[in-house]
Structure formats: structure tokens, C-alpha cells
Design a protein around this ligand. Structure first.
Ligand SMILES: C[S@@+](CC[C@H](N)C(=O)[O-])C[C@H]1O[C@@H](n2cnc3c(N)ncnc32)[C@H](O)[C@@H]1O
Length: 262
């Protein structure tokens, strides 16, 4: 596995194996932000409404990094959750955290716990440890139509400065889901790139309009975009907000009927 995240055109974008997981966790999640908590809650509500009591599904979180809250939103519905991560440093962090996660994730579970399905889970840390598996992989090489539920937070726009990579990553994430699968994907709005410790990582500045354009024709009509402003406590310089896209992969992405021929 190379240490850079290969863009489809082969250009190395960043040295992901030197990603400072501890710094990223501290900076982004040590204190739960209101925008992240609202995203956790909104993703949970969307999954509940669309899945209506379904359980035993195969879920995936792509580019988990040091963030467990996307996986927690999928917990009631999934028998297994793949945490697909490209960076060896972040896989090491996940391997250590998943068997017994720290209190950092408690505020996120507190958002989810009052909801149907979540409330029945007495020990989310134990259940996540039983159901989640860390996998090495790249969003650009995901298997097709494997997962029935998916999340991808701050990945497609935050792994390259090339707009084509952003689109390819988002499309490959959707391609990994079965038709009709619900998903939640989060994006930094207008990101200029970001520092993790002393390493700079690239980004593509995206807006709600870019997301709608990229997803057009690929998702069902119930796509919901939620935007959060940085407000008085921006996470860092160089972005204008955060966007959550909750939707369902279209049953017949390119106009085909399910089971029909193209
Ligand atoms: C900005 S971080 C987001 C991490 C986490 N999902 C979050 O919500 O904070 C970008 C993540 O994408 C991962 N990544 C980089 N290249 C990738 C690739 N080709 N496929 C999948 N993940 C990748 C990085 O290792 C990192 O964990």
C-alpha cells in the first residue's frame, strides 16, 4: 500500500500514513461540537425514517479516520460495519479504539440514544466492538454494490485538491452501496485544505450546489442537505461551513429498471 492517497490520475495527494491521528482527534472531536452533534442526530433520524425497523444490514464507513460517530449512527441497523481506511496511522488508531471506545463518543451517543432503535442498545461501545471491523482500502477501489447502508464524513472533498477526485470519490462511495441504500455523507464547505499537526492536507472547495450537481440522477428524490455555519466557534480557518447530505442511492441509477437491461 503506497503512503499517498492515489488520485485516479495517479498523482500522489498527501502522505496519509503520516497523518497525526492523535492531533486530529484532539482538534476535531475531543470536545463535541454542536454542528457534529446535529449531524449525528440528523443522520440517525434519516436512517430511522428510511429503514423502518430493518436490522442485520451490512454497513460501511469510508475514511473513518479518528471519527466513530458516523459508525454509531448505523449501529442499530447493522450486523456488521466495515470501517474502510486508507491511512495506516488511522487504522492503528481505529484498531485500538474500536474494542472499547473512550468517553469522547458519549456526547454523540447521547444525541442518538433517545431515538427508537438506539434506545434499546444498553452498551453501544460493546456492540460497536462486536460489529465493526477495520479494513484497509481506498474509496477509489471500493467493491461495487456490497453495502446496504453507508456513511462517509469529510472524505471526498478532503483527500485531494483535484475536483475530479472529489467527484470520483463520491461516485465510488455510491457505487459501493446497493440500489436503494440510505447514506449520510458530510463535507467541509469551501475548504482551502487543512493542517493536521505540521502536515498540510489538500481539499476541494465544494458547495451545496456542487453536491446537488454531482448527485443528480444518482440518488432518489428525498435527498436532504443540512448546512451548518461555523458560527462563533469555527473549527479552523479556511472553510465556510459543513454540509450533511442524507439520501438513498437511486434504485436504477442510469434510468434502468431494477433487474432490467441497460
Ligand atoms: C479529513 S479526514 C476525515 C476523517 C473522518 N471521517 C472524520 O469524519 O473526521 C479524511 C480521511 O480520509 C482518509 N483517506 C485518505 N485517502 C483515502 C482514500 N483514498 N480512501 C479512503 N479514505 C481515505 C484519511 O486517512 C482520513 O482518515
Amino acid at each position: 500500500m503506497p503512503t499517498s492517497s492515489p488520485a485516479p490520475d495517479g498523482d500522489p495527494a498527501a502522505d496519509w500514513d503520516r497523518f497525526d491521528s492523535a492531533f486530529y482527534l484532539r482538534h476535531n472531536y475531543a470536545e463535541a461540537r454542536k454542528d457534529d452533534l446535529r449531524f449525528a442526530s440528523a443522520a440517525g433520524d434519516f436512517f430511522l425514517a428510511r429503514l423502518r425497523g430493518r436490522t442485520g444490514l451490512r454497513g460501511v464507513d469510508v475514511g473513518s479516520g479518528t471519527n466513530l460517530y458516523p459508525a454509531l449512527t448505523m449501529l442499530p441497523f447493522c450486523a456488521e460495519i466495515a470501517l474502510v481506511e486508507y491511512s495506516a496511522a488511522n487504522r492503528r488508531w481505529l484498531e485500538a479504539e474500536v474494542p472499547g471506545y473512550s468517553p469522547v463518543w458519549d456526547p454523540f451517543w447521547a444525541e442518538l440514544r433517545p431515538k427508537d432503535g438506539y434506545r434499546e442498545i444498553a452498551d453501544p461501545a460493546r456492540l460497536l466492538a462486536a460489529r465493526a471491523r477495520v479494513e484497509s482500502g481506498s474509496v477509489f477501489e471500493l467493491p461495487r454494490e456490497r453495502w446496504e447502508l453507508g456513511t462517509m464524513f469529510f472524505v471526498a472533498e478532503s483527500i485531494s485538491a483535484d475536483e475530479a477526485d472529489f467527484r470520483a470519490a463520491l461516485l465510488r462511495f455510491l457505487a459501493g452501496l446497493v440500489p436503494g441504500a440510505p447514506f449520510a455523507a458530510a463535507f467541509m464547505e469551501n475548504s482551502q485544505g487543512y493542517l493536521v499537526g505540521d502536515l498540510f492536507f489538500p481539499a476541494v472547495p465544494v458547495t451545496e450546489a456542487d453536491l446537488r450537481a454531482c448527485l443528480a440522477g444518482l440518488v432518489e428524490d428525498d435527498l436532504v442537505l443540512t448546512r451548518e455555519s461555523p458560527g462563533e466557534a469555527p473549527l479552523r480557518q479556511g472553510y465556510t461551513g459543513m454540509i450533511l447530505a442524507c439520501g438513498r442511492k437511486r434504485e436504477a441509477p442510469d434510468g434502468r429498471r431494477p433487474g432490467g437491461r441497460s
